[in-house]
Design a protein around this ligand. Structure first.
Ligand code: FNR
Length: 184
């Protein structure tokens, strides 16, 4: 199974990026995870959507080829960050590469709620017509007080979180099978 990760923070030391990298490493024997670059995407503009930059075309092609998408997002002002909204706007138009593609959502924040509001909004957006992506339900991964859970080398050292992630990933692997052509 090939999965792409879309991370809602382009900050160099982003905890959400660290979380995506942790999933990439910890479950490397279960699926291949490629973390996509959002920083190079221009601001979505309907005037240029039919003449998009190579970065947009490459980004959309990678999503199109993937069996599933892992969304890892912080919460900005009680919702998803603009950088994530921008990526979603590109994905929702022209060839609509998310249609029918399964998604799983995770996220983290330094506060205790672990990006819960952003994740709830993201779930709604993914279900809506422009994306029409089936989203793995239950098993929500809200990593609160994230700065206390990673060490300085970027390892997620919180054992309870790792045990929970192991369970979520195992369930996700079962859930996602019917959506993936190679298993059909
Ligand atoms: C935040 N942060 C934040 N946290 C939260 O729990 N709820 C929120 O609404 C917000 N809003 C918010 C807005 C803006 C503009 C910033 C910069 C930050 C804090 C946020 O969770 C924290 O900075 C995370 O560490 C950001 O994620 P990354 O960049 O570490 O992945």
């Amino acid at each position: 199974m090939k999965v792409v990760a879309i991370v809602g923070s382009i900050r160099k030391d982003s905890y959400n990026l660290q979380l995506a990298k942790h999933v990439q490493k910890r479950y490397a024997d279960k699926f291949e995870l490629e973390i996509l670059d959002l920083a190079s995407l221009p601001m979505y503009n309907q005037d240029i959507e039919l003449d998009a930059t190579q970065e947009v075309l490459d980004f959309k092609a990678k999503v199109k080829e993937a069996d599933a998408v892992l969304w890892v997002t912080p919460e900005y002002n009680s919702t998803i960050p603009g950088v994530l909204g921008n990526a979603i706007d590109w994905l929702s138009r022209v060839d609509q590469v998310m249609h029918g593609k399964p998604s799983i959502i995770m996220g983290s924040s330094m506060g205790i709620l672990g990006s819960v509001k952003a994740q709830m909004h993201l779930r709604d957006i993914l279900f809506a017509g422009g994306l029409n992506s089936p989203v793995f339900g239950g098993n929500e991964v809200y990593v609160g007080t994230v700065h206390e859970k990673f060490d300085t080398e970027g390892n997620l050292t919180d054992e309870a979180t790792n045990a929970f992630l192991d369970d979520v990933i195992a369930k996700f692997q079962e859930w996602v099978k019917p959506y993936i052509k190679q298993y059909a």
